[in-house]
Design a protein. Structure first.
Length: 391
């Protein structure tokens, strides 16, 4: 290699490094920290380092390129998503077998029975809203990979076991299946239901509650308004890190028409009559199906029940932990609702819950076998589970 070629090689190398360095500095335009993150306590430097590492161009290029190869050559995404047909995406939690799934089912079923009894002791009726899996509602879009046998009859098994224990759980699968001909009840690129799916479930729950345990007090009127339809990038696309280089490969965004539910104007002006009575008629505990306002499940319930609903659902913690937290709140101890709706996606029945934040004695008492005609935990139907998880 001649001296001039060496100089050219070094110059090109330095030029590439300089260009990447300048490019990477653009990422700091979106860098921000909280007031607690200061230079003096070292948190600012750590936050800056993490942000720079995540936005570094070479890392992003490599991530995008590898994701594109997986997606196009092997029809795969990152762990967390299963690719279906027709640009449908599913959470892999509805496909994978679960380590110790049989024992987890027994534990969770025992907790459900214990929760029912704890609510009953306070005069609250439990309504368990078992949300069918997306794979169960849209099996026609599932790709080559099929759900593990654990999930085959999980919804039916769940219903049979809670019915045996005397837990009220209206069927939500049938009305959702019937509503498919009128529109989409689950989002194509997201884990969750559409506002229409949430409304179908709310109406079914409202009718079931009105028949079994009518609410006290005067009915309250709510009205729901549809907002503009806009493109919505579902949460499952986060497991396809193709942006920004290969964003054209991503499934087309869903079209989401959000809704808002409000108290009718005539009643809203009536001296806050809705809140004049301190008694809580209906409470709601659950997952992001209930906590995320994009689906308007809370609003749909208010309209279907003709009653205000207090929402205690949490995003990202599953259905069990928010319920256990709620049972320990002053809100429940001092003002228990007449009815508590527990939104519980079926895929969480065989899931493990880390209950380390709760008093072990309290959990043990909650799960303690009752002297009923049947023991819910013991009678849990045997389901196949491998020695280790299949990813």
């Amino acid at each position: 290699m001649t001296r001039s070629l060496r100089i050219l090689y070094i110059a090109l190398f330095m030029g590439i490094l300089l260009a990447l360095g300048i490019w990477s500095l653009r990422s700091f335009s979106s860098f921000s920290t909280s007031a607690e993150t200061t230079i003096l306590n070292g948190r600012w430097a750590k936050a800056a380092e993490t942000h720079y590492d995540e936005e570094f161009p070479i890392k992003r290029i490599g991530t995008n390129l590898w994701a594109a190869l997986d997606y196009k050559l092997f029809n795969e995404g990152r762990p967390g998503v299963e690719l279906g047909k027709d640009q449908w995406l599913y959470t892999d939690e509805e496909f994978n077998a679960v380590v110790n799934g049989e024992q987890n089912e027994a534990d969770n079923l025992a907790i459900i029975q214990g929760v029912r009894d704890a609510l009953k002791a306070q005069g609250t009726e439990l309504v368990l809203a078992i949300i069918p899996a997306k794979t169960r509602l849209y099996p026609e879009h599932i790709g080559a990979n099929k759900p593990a046998s654990l999930h085959t009859d999980l919804y039916q098994q769940f219903h049979a076991q809670v019915a045996q224990a005397g837990v009220f759980a209206p069927d939500l699968l049938t009305p959702l299946q019937g509503a498919k001909q009128n529109g989409q009840v689950f989002l194509r690129t997201d884990t969750h239901w559409t506002p229409m799916g949430a409304e179908v479930v709310a109406q079914q729950l409202g009718a079931a509650i009105a028949q079994k345990n009518p609410l006290n007090g005067e009915p309250t009127k709510f009205t729901t308004q549809a907002k503009e339809t806009s493109a919505y990038k579902g949460d499952l696309t986060n497991f396809l890190p193709l942006d920004p280089l290969f964003s054209n490969l991503l499934p087309q965004p869903d079209q989401l028409q959000q809704r808002s539910t409000d108290l009718v104007e005539a009643q809203a002006s009536g001296d806050d009559a809705l809140f004049a009575d301190s008694d809580v008629a209906v409470g709601l505990v659950g997952t992001s199906y209930s906590a995320n306002p994009n689906w308007n499940f809370l609003g749909a319930l208010k309209q279907a029940l003709h009653s205000d609903v207090v929402n205690y659902a949490e995003d990202g913690h599953g259905p069990v932990l928010p319920m256990l937290k709620y049972l320990q709140t002053d809100a429940f101890k001092n003002s228990p609702p007449q009815v508590l709706i527990w939104e519980f996606p079926e895929r969480y029945l065989p899931a493990h819950n880390d209950l380390g934040e709760f008093d072990p004695k309290w959990i043990a008492e909650l799960k303690k076998p009752r002297d009923d005609k049947q023991n819910l935990a013991i009678n849990a139907k045997t389901s196949e589970s491998p020695n280790r998880a299949q990813n």
